[in-house]
Design a binder for this molecule. Structure first.
Ligand code: ADP
Ligand code: TPW
Ligand code: MG
Length: 574
C-alpha cells in the first residue's frame, strides 16, 4: 500500500470511546469548568477531563457543586455543568437542578446511572434508580444518551434547552456503559455538534412595543422594577439608557442590585413601600410578580389603580398574578433596544413632582438609617456589622457579594449598596439556605474577582464543609459568619424539657476555628472595628478567610423581614 493509503487505513482503525466523546463535545461547546463529586462511574471521566484541559472542581457534597453550576450559569449565560454519580449523588444534585429551574438559571446536571436493563426490572443494581423519571418533574428538560454516537446530539440538546427561551435546569442521564462504548474515532468526531446560536434573539412584536410605550406615556407616577432576568440578560448599557430616558424611579430586586448603581439618582430602593403603593404604571423588566412582590396586589401595592407593562422572554408569565396591560415578549436586550428606538429623541421623562416625592422619601429613609450603621457596639448588632461591610464593598465594587440567612440576608440586602451588575448573588426565588459556599466557589472561579460571603450562622451550616474546598483551591473568598447563636435569634428557650430550643445552636461557637483545620485564616471579631480590620485584610490578601462575627443573640427578629408568612396556631396553649 502507498504511504497515504496506509495512513488513511490507520486513521480509520483509530478508536475513541464515550469518555473522550463527552470530553470532546464539552470542549467543542466551550465548557471550561465542571463542578462535581467523583465516584463510580465518573471517577476516570474527571481525570481524563482534567488531563484534556477542563477544570474539574471537586466538592464535598453534590448539592454545593450543583449550586455552583447554577450560579455559574447566571453569571456567564452559559450552562453551568454539574457532574455526579448515580442515585444518592444524583439526588444530592437534584435540589440544585430544581433551584436553577426555579430561578431561570441555565444549568446541566449530568449524572452517571446504573444499567438500564437491571434498573427497569428493579433487580437491585448498584445505586439503582430511575433517575430520568425522577428528574423530569424538577427541570426544564431531561435526556438520556444510550449510544456513544449520540453523545454529541445529547449534549447539544441539553445546552439548547438550558439557555434558550426562559433559561433553566436540564438533566442528562449517562449510563455507566456509555463511557466505555467504543467507536471509530473519525466517525466519533463527525458525530459531535457545535451548538450555533444557542439562545437566539427573540425580537418583540412592534405593536407590543408601541402598546407598552402608549401605556408608559400616560403615566403620572411610573416605576420600573428590575429583576434578576434583566441582570442575566447582560444588556447593561441598553437597560441603563432605557431607564434614564424614562426618568422613572427604579426598584432593583435583590440580584438586580447594581445593574444600575444603588447610588443612581433614580434608584428607589430606599423608598420601596412608597413606590409600590403610589405608582400608577409599573414596568416589569425580567422580574416576576411572585411572592417577593406580593403577587402584584394587596396591601403592599395600595389602592390606586395600576397598569402593568411586563417584559419577559416567557409568554406564559403574562397575567400569572394580575392583568398585564402591555405584555412584551422577547429577550430583554432586543426589547430594550426596540423601546429605545421607538422612544426617539423627544421622549418626555417622568413628571418631576413624582420623581421629587420619591427622592424626598428616599433621602429621609437613608438619613434615618445612617447613624445606626456607625455604632461600634460589642457584641455587634446587625447594623453595626453591616455598616462595616457596606464600606468594604464601596471600596471594592468589583467584588462579588454572596448573601444568605434570615436577618443576615434581609438587613444586608438593604444596607450594602451595589455598584455594578451581577455582583450580588443570594438565596433567590425560594429563599434557599445552603447556596453560600457553592456560590462563593463558582463566583471566584468564573469571575476571578474576590468574594465576600455574608452568612447567617445557620445558613453557613448548610454548606460549611466546602471551606475545605475553598482552601484546597486557594480561592479569594472571605466568609463572614453573623454568629447570633442560632436561627433568627439565639435566645429561644425550650421550657418543656432539657433539650435545647429548636432554633438555637451551641452558644459562643467559634466558626473561625473550622477553617484553621484546612490551613485557612480564622478570625474572631467582636466589634465593628475588629471586623473592619479582618475583612479588609482578607479581601486585600485574597487568602481563604473565615471571620466569626459575634452578633448579639437578641438582635434579630423571627423569620427576618418575612415573619408575616408564618402560619398562626389558633389552639390555646395549656
Ligand atoms: P426576581 O427574583 O429578581 O424578581 P425572577 O426570577 O422572578 O426575578 O424573574 C426573572 C424573569 O426574567 C423570569 O420571568 C424569566 O423568564 C425572565 N428572563 C430571564 N432571562 C431573560 C432574558 N434574557 N430576556 C427576557 N426575560 C428573561
Ligand atoms: C433549605 C428555613 C430560613 S432562614 C433560616 C432557615 C433555616 C436560617 C436563619 O438563620 P441564620 O440567619 O442563617 O443564622 P439569622 O441572621 O436570622 O440568625 N432549609 C432550607 N431553606 C430554608 N429557607 C430554610 C430551611 C430557613
Ligand atoms: Mg443566626
Amino acid at each position: 500500500m502507498a504511504e497515504a493509503a496506509v495512513k488513511k487505513h490507520e486513521a480509520e482503525q483509530e478508536l475513541t470511546d464515550g469518555f473522550h466523546l463527552l470530553i470532546d463535545a464539552l470542549k467543542l461547546n466551550g465548557v471550561k469548568t465542571i463542578y462535581g463529586v467523583p465516584g463510580i462511574p465518573i471517577t476516570d471521566f474527571g481525570r481524563m477531563a482534567q488531563a484534556e484541559g477542563i477544570r474539574v472542581i471537586s466538592f464535598r457534597h453534590e448539592q454545593n457543586a450543583g449550586y455552583a453550576a447554577s450560579i455559574a450559569g447566571f453569571l456567564t449565560k452559559q450552562p453551568g455543568i454539574c457532574l455526579t454519580v448515580s442515585a444518592p449523588g444524583f439526588l444530592n444534585g437534584l435540589t440544585a437542578l430544581a433551584h436553577a429551574t426555579t430561578n431561570c438559571f441555565p444549568m446541566i446536571l449530568m449524572s452517571g446511572s446504573s444499567e438500564r436493563e437491571i434498573v427497569d426490572l428493579q433487580q437491585g443494581d448498584y445505586e439503582e434508580m430511575d433517575q430520568l423519571a425522577v428528574a423530569k418533574t424538577m427541570c426544564k428538560a431531561a435526556y438520556r444518551v444510550l449510544h456513544a454516537q449520540d453523545i454529541g446530539i445529547g449534549l447539544a440538546r441539553a445546552i439548547r434547552a438550558a439557555v434558550s427561551g426562559r433559561p433553566g435546569g436540564v438533566y442528562l442521564d449517562l449510563p455507566a456503559k456509555l463511557f466505555s462504548q467504543v467507536m471509530n474515532a473519525s466517525a466519533g468526531e463527525k458525530s459531535l455538534v457545535k451548538v450555533i446560536d444557542a439562545a437566539p434573539a427573540q425580537i418583540p412584536a412592534p405593536e407590543a412595543v408601541k402598546r407598552a410605550l402608549n401605556v408608559l406615556k400616560g403615566a403620572k407616577k411610573p416605576l420600573i422594577i428590575l429583576g434578576k432576568g434583566a441582570a442575566y440578560a447582560q444588556a447593561d448599557d441598553a437597560i441603563k439608557a432605557f431607564v434614564e430616558k424614562t426618568g422613572a424611579p427604579f426598584l432593583p430586586m435583590s440580584m438586580a442590585k447594581g445593574l444600575l448603581s444603588d447610588l443612581h439618582p433614580q434608584c428607589a430602593g430606599a423608598a420601596r413601600s412608597t413606590v409600590l403603593k403610589d405608582s400608577d404604571v409599573v414596568v416589569m423588566l425580567g422580574a416576576r410578580l411572585n411572592w417577593l412582590l406580593s403577587h402584584g396586589k394587596g396591601k403592599a401595592w395600595g389602592d390606586a389603580p395600576k397598569k402593568f407593562i411586563q417584559i419577559d422572554i416567557e409568554p406564559k408569565e403574562m397575567d400569572s398574578n394580575v392583568e398585564i396591560a402591555a405584555p412584551v415578549v422577547g429577550d430583554i436586550g432586543s426589547c430594550v433596544a426596540a423601546f429605545l428606538n421607538a422612544m426617539g429623541d423627544k421622549w418626555t421623562p417622568a413628571p418631576s413632582d413624582w420623581v421629587n416625592a420619591v427622592k424626598t422619601k428616599k433621602d429621609d429613609n437613608i438619613a434615618k438609617m445612617a447613624p445606626r450603621l456607625m455604632n461600634n457596639n460589642s457584641p455587634m448588632d446587625y447594623h453595626g456589622a453591616l455598616g462595616v461591610l457596606r464600606q468594604v464593598i464601596k471600596e471594592r465594587p468589583d467584588a462579588i457579594l454572596v448573601n444568605e440567612g434570615a436577618n443576615t440576608l434581609d438587613l444586608a440586602r438593604g444596607v450594602i449598596d451595589m455598584y455594578k451588575p451581577r455582583k450580588r448573588i443570594d438565596v433567590g426565588t425560594w429563599g434557599i439556605m445552603g447556596i453560600g459556599m457553592g456560590y462563593s466557589i463558582a463566583a471566584a472561579i468564573e469571575t476571578g474577582k474576590p468574594v465576600l460571603a455574608v452568612e447567617g450562622d445557620s445558613a453557613f451550616g448548610f454548606s460549611g464543609m466546602e471551606i475545605e474546598t475553598i482552601c484546597r483551591y486557594n480561592l479569594p473568598v472571605c466568609v463572614v459568619i453573623f454568629n447570633n447563636d442560632g436561627i433568627y435569634r439565639g435566645t429561644d428557650v425550650n421550657t418543656a424539657g432539657s433539650d435545647p430550643a429548636t432554633t438555637v445552636f451551641v452558644k459562643g461557637a467559634r466558626y473561625d476555628k473550622m477553617i484553621e483545620a484546612f490551613g485557612g485564616t480564622g478570625i474572631n471579631a467582636t466589634s465593628p472595628d475588629e471586623l473592619r480590620r479582618a475583612v479588609n485584610e482578607a479581601m486585600d490578601s485574597g487568602k481563604p478567610t473565615l471571620i466569626n462575627a459575634v452578633i448579639d443573640p437578641a438582635a434579630g427578629s423571627e423569620s427576618g423581614r418575612i415573619g408575616n408568612l408564618n402560619p398562626q396556631s389558633v389552639v390555646k396553649k395549656k
